[in-house]
Design a binder for this molecule. Structure first.
Ligand SMILES: Cc1ncc(COP(=O)(O)O)c(C=O)c1O
Length: 801
């Protein structure tokens, strides 16, 4: 199969050192999002460098540390445009803008009553923003920038910026795109890292996480998550994005590819791609001066299908013109093959224009051109991070389970590296998705699985968009969605991105207050859109009234959505459908064993009832199967485990949870510990203790554990989830650690306040307790994890942004 499809997806040669270090190394692909800086310095450093790389290439000052997909970024940029000029309600999309991305912008625009125009002469005063693409969808360098004082966003191609003026120089305010061409295996279009970059003026509006720097107690520089996903924690229903899980692992691959080649190496690749275009230009006698990696032909006959018969793929536009894109991996034979097939079978449009080339150089430097140095650098970074190879990661709501390396093998097979616009029947993915759909339908009770959502949050938004399309088709103007205050922040932001208004229902003892629910339903009447609930809920309780609640929602014309983040407690023995929900998402990166990658990739397919299937958004992300390649991990996991086995695991999780609660309830205040509805995770309330939840977390690092989820959904709390892959021995070690920490809180809270203790402390020991107590609380000859950084000063980091 010879693909020249492009459209944001190009192949590259992933160096073996990168495959081994990132994709075959559980120490690198199993950590969680780097919320705990002291045990995440390795990937924080790489993600910081990724931001730098994107800034260097695009010319902007600010970039976040990866987003999910260029369509998702475009939709979020549209929200920024709208919020920055609320009095205008039209967005201009350049006629030569990527069609798929345009269609997803249209989806979000419709939900917010925003008009789309393609008219380049539109009055700028009536516009809130403009989307352009450079090079454009036909491959032409497009340096004409729209005039007017509005936000101008540019979808750009990484490599073109090494040769031509970058978006900042051209006068854009924001740029975005995919960076997968930097060494990320193409999979079936995903997972691929997306990026956004902007100037200081718009920096605070950017979606996603931003890595910055601070200092530790020895005044040593330390990286930290300067901005977490604010949409989740702070903005909620006021957010312009719902991103949570992103593409952290892929962004690390991309930047390491940059380190491997250095700026000069990347520039060479860029010129080699341009050379390929010029080579075919010469052969076909066409002017490629204005093309970077893509050229477009007007076919004379059914050229597109003729090429497919010869196993050659281009991209067919709506107007039937065909584009061909070259990448790092194409060689002369490939180009000659294409050339032979299209010669005399197409017209080539010829228009020359003045193209501005770059005069400033991208400065990103390689650490060395010595592969061994890179290997040592990566190893050194990896020592700074805590992963599942180090011990338990009991993060509540995150389901940090083991991924068997044997379930990852398909990721490395050549036939799984296919352009996403090749029809699935021609790829081995057909088996993956047939099997996955069958099992996910059984497990959820729903009739149809939809794969465009590449995270839990995107799944939420996909389902709510489907509900909205359904109501729109019946001309019902419903806009209120009810959820508990303890709902994950993405629930509220997904709802508001769909154009809905959130009403929070009260909870009593961790359960929905039915009286209050009735009151809200009565108030909103026939404007009730629906209900959203994590099940079991975010307190780790089974909601006993769930069927009754869903009946009430349905009786009043609404639809009900289950956030499936906690599916690990019900898999195999209870379906979302039988609980009365109409749709749910699965976090395949939680329940179905895709590793977390240090903050992504993830996959959030949704299950849905049959009557809603016609209303699923046709275009939601850039590919129909989202982060397809990692779905093979869930496929393999499910092939290994029957529904009965999954049910046993779910029961085991609940039993373990109850056991741990029982062991710890005399030591800590555990919320709802006497509830009869306990599921798979629990919350410790630390209010009233002489130490903070942060102190306990940092002390757990000394004991060799990753800290639990902090202060969510209850402030000053710890939320603990222990999964089925943890052994009794590891669980016992954790219980012992938690009990010992409680004794330390009573006897010497300094042990917690100074935590975590590092090797640097050893050479400067001036604490009022021994080294053994500080650094080896579980015994000198026991397994020991050494954090490399002392407590990071958040306040300093915020002040010195
Ligand atoms: C309850 C809940 N809902 C939704 C999400 C969002 O999922 P994702 O990070 O895959 O977008 C999370 C993530 O941790 C969660 O815990």
């Amino acid at each position: 199969m010879l693909s020249f499809i492009g459209q944001g997806y190009t192949k590259s040669r992933t160096p073996a050192i990168i495959i081994n270090h990132f994709l075959r190394n559980p120490h690198i692909y199993t950590p969680y999002t780097p919320y705990q800086e002291e045990i995440s310095q390795g990937r924080l450093e790489l993600l910081y460098k990724y931001q730098d790389l994107i800034c260097d290439i695009t010319g902007f000052e600010y970039a976040t540390c990866s987003l999910i997909d260029q369509c998702q970024v475009a939709m979020d940029i549209m929200m920024i445009m709208k919020n920055s000029k609320p009095q205008a309600s039209t967005i201009l999309i350049h006629p030569h803008f990527n069609s798929r991305v345009a269609k997803t912008i249209e989806l979000r625009a419709k939900q917010h009553d925003i008009n789309i125009t393609r008219d380049l002469t539109y009055d700028p005063n009536l516009l809130c923003g403009v989307f352009s693409q450079n090079p454009d969808k036909f491959g032409l360098i497009n340096q004409d920038i729209f005039k007017g004082d509005i936000i101008k966003a540019c979808l750009t191609d990484i490599y073109s910026n090494f040769i031509y003026e970058n978006p900042e120089k051209l006068g854009y305010d924001i740029c975005f795109g995919h960076s997968g061409c930097l060494g990320v295996p193409i999979g079936y279009g995903g997972p691929q890292p997306a990026f956004i970059a902007t100037s200081k003026k718009y920096s605070r509006l950017m979606p996603g996480r931003y890595i910055g720097k601070s200092i530790d107690k020895y005044n040593l520089e330390a990286y930290r998550l300067t901005w977490q996903t604010r949409e989740q924690h702070i903005r909620r229903e006021k957010a312009t994005s719902n991103v949570c899980t992103s593409q952290a692992l892929l962004a690390q691959i991309a930047v390491t590819y940059g380190l491997y080649h250095g700026a000069n190496g990347l520039r060479d690749i860029s010129y080699s791609i341009k050379d390929k275009i010029d080579y075919i230009g010469n052969k076909l006698n066409i002017d490629t001066n204005y093309n970077f990696d893509t050229f477009t032909v007007i076919p004379e006959s059914d050229l597109y299908n003729d090429l497919i018969k010869n196993n050659i793929y281009g991209f067919e536009h709506e107007n039937r013109h065909i584009s061909f894109t070259f990448d790092e991996t194409h060689d002369k034979n490939d180009i000659n093959r294409l050339c032979d097939k299209i010669k005399n079978k197409a017209y080539f449009s010829k228009k020359s224009r003045l193209i501005k080339k770059r005069n400033s150089n991208v400065t990103f430097t390689s650490i060395s051109d010595n592969e061994l140095d890179l290997q040592r650098y990566l190893h050194d970074l990896s020592l700074k991070d805590y992963s599942l190879s180090d011990g338990m990661i009991p993060l509540g709501s995150c389901t940090m389970k083991h991924t068997s390396p044997s379930h990852m093998e398909k990721l490395f097979q050549d036939d799984y590296q296919v352009h996403p616009y090749i029809s699935i029947e021609k790829t081995p993915y057909i088996e993956t998705f047939d099997y996955l759909s069958k099992r996910l339908c059984e497990l959820s009770g729903f009739d149809k699985i939809y794969y465009q959502g590449q995270s839990g949050a995107m799944g939420e938004y996909a389902s709510l968009s489907t509900f909205k399309n359904y109501f729109d088709s019946k001309c019902e103007k419903r806009k209120y969605i009810i959820m508990p205050r303890s709902a994950h922040g993405t629930n509220a932001s997904s709802a508001s991105l769909t154009g809905l208004k959130v009403r929070y229902v009260d909870e009593k003892n961790g359960l929905i207050d039915i009286e209050h629910l009735d009151k809200i339903i009565n108030e909103v009447k026939d404007e009730l859109f629906g209900f959203m609930l994590t099940y079991p809920n975010t307190y780790g309780l089974f909601e006993p009234n769930i069927k009754l609640i869903n009946e009430k929602i349905h009786k009043n014309g609404g639809l009900s959505y289950m956030d499936g983040a906690n599916f690990n407690a019900i898999m195999g023995y209870q379906t979302s459908e039988e609980l009365g929900f109409d749709s749910c998402h699965f976090n395949l990166h939680k329940t179905f064993a895709i590793p977390h990658g240090g903050g992504g990739p993830g996959m959030g397919p949704i299950g849905i009832r049959e009557f809603l299937a016609p209303y699923l958004p046709k275009y939601f992300t850039s590919t129909d199967f989202g982060s397809a390649s990692i779905c093979t991990i869930s496929e393999q996991y499910l092939r290994k485990h029957s529904n009965l086995e999954l049910a046993k695991m779910a029961k085991k999780n609940i039993d373990t949870n109850k056991k741990v609660i029982n062991e710890l309830k005399d030591y800590y205040k555990i919320l709802n510990s006497d509830s009869e509805y306990i599921a798979h995770e629990f919350i410790i309330d630390v209010k009233g203790l002489p130490v903070s939840e942060n102190d306990i977390c940092k002390r757990l690092i000394d004991y060799g554990f990753h800290p639990p989820t902090m202060s969510w959904p209850v402030s000053k709390s710890l939320m603990i989830e222990i999964v089925e892959s943890e052994s009794d021995e590891e669980i016992h070690r954790f219980i012992t650690a938690m009990k010992m920490i409680k004794q330390e809180i009573n006897s010497n809270p300094n042990l917690l306040k100074n935590a975590p203790h590092t090797q640097r402390d050893l050479v400067n020991w001036n604490y009022d307790y021994s080294i053994e107590k500080g650094c080896f609380p579980m015994g000198l000859n026991k397994r020991k994890y050494w954090p490399t950084t002392n407590r990071v000063d958040s306040v300093y980091g915020d002040r010195n942004f």
